[in-house]
Design a protein around this ligand. Sequence first.
Ligand SMILES: C[C@@](CO)(OP(=O)(O)O)[C@H](O)COP(=O)(O)OP(=O)(O)OC[C@H]1O[C@@H](n2ccc(N)nc2=O)[C@H](O)[C@@H]1O
Ligand SMILES: Nc1ncnc2c1ncn2[C@@H]1O[C@H](COP(=O)(O)OP(=O)(O)O)[C@@H](O)[C@H]1O
Length: 293
Amino acid sequence: MPVDSDSCFVNLPAPAKINRFLHIIGRRSDGYHLLQSLFELVSLCDDLSFRKLENGKIERIGDLACATGDDLCVRAARLLQREAGCRAGAVVKLHKKIPSGAGLGGGSSDAATTLIALNRLWGAGLSRSDLMDLGARLGADVPFFIGGRSAFVEGVGERLSPVDLPDELFAVIWPGVGSSTPQAFQRFDLTSHPQSLKINDLCGCLRNGRLRQDLHNDLEQVVSESIPQVSEALDYLGRLGAARMTGSGSAVFAALSDGKAAEAVLRRAPEAWQCFIVRSLHEHPLSGWLDNI
Ligand SMILES: C[C@@](CO)(OP(=O)(O)O)[C@H](O)COP(=O)(O)OP(=O)(O)OC[C@H]1O[C@@H](n2ccc(N)nc2=O)[C@H](O)[C@@H]1O
Ligand SMILES: Nc1ncnc2c1ncn2[C@@H]1O[C@H](COP(=O)(O)OP(=O)(O)O)[C@@H](O)[C@H]1O
């Protein structure tokens, strides 16, 4: 365990994801949309640190610590405490590096890392599948991060089929403004794909090299219409390769064939944007923590 000996904090990463494509194929009676998407873990990470408290309190420090009631780390800690009957508490420190409201899954990943870390620190002993069930109560993307592998994702995020993806580099741009997931889904003119994809077809085309180019993000058009910066970032990144939006935005990405050329292009991007070059991750850095439970 990576423990800081001065402060007794355990330091752990929470990786981002990108949606290589996202198709909307229907809608449930509760209003949630049924999706098919390829979620890929990437190397951009938030840094989380945890210290056990014996008094049962959950204290949140670091970035975004003001709205603690809504904070996904705090909600995850309280949920685990309640459901696993844990008496211990924790200090949770967050250093945010994944932009918020970006479609990069930062909040969901912070929640997943919190569940995995406190399960271990408190000796709660919940299995991966127990934690995935708890995670689903916090947000649609949380089970994916606990699952720990890039995956073909169906339903509203609960049906995961792990997929081996080739190593790739990506340029990612956050165009200086966040996008709201509920607002993106509220649009009535969403594109949708009535015909669903089969995982075997997807894996077949991955074995033959790169992902098919006709796999799009059905939220991209409505989000880039309402947030012009998304459309500007898509155009800008288009000079490096096929650019797509991830999740409900606002970040966009492109797979790279030449990392050095991309660095030069990203250095000239507008100052308000945050630009990253990230690589695919084969598995979540904490995946091993759940292997033997
Ligand atoms: C659509 C994705 C794809 O990755 O977008 P990103 O959040 O990553 O951008 C996610 O599954 C989102 O997951 P998450 O951000 O956890 O969404 P939630 O908090 O569960 O849902 C926020 C709101 O978005 C709408 N929503 C969300 C997911 C979905 N499949 N259908 C929906 O209609 C609902 O109105 C819901 O109340
Ligand atoms: N630890 C957290 N990090 C980021 N956002 C959080 C966190 N906890 C709660 N939130 C809330 O969740 C919303 C969406 O978070 P985020 O995961 O960054 O977006 P997305 O799901 O689009 O990737 C934010 O607007 C923020 O209010």
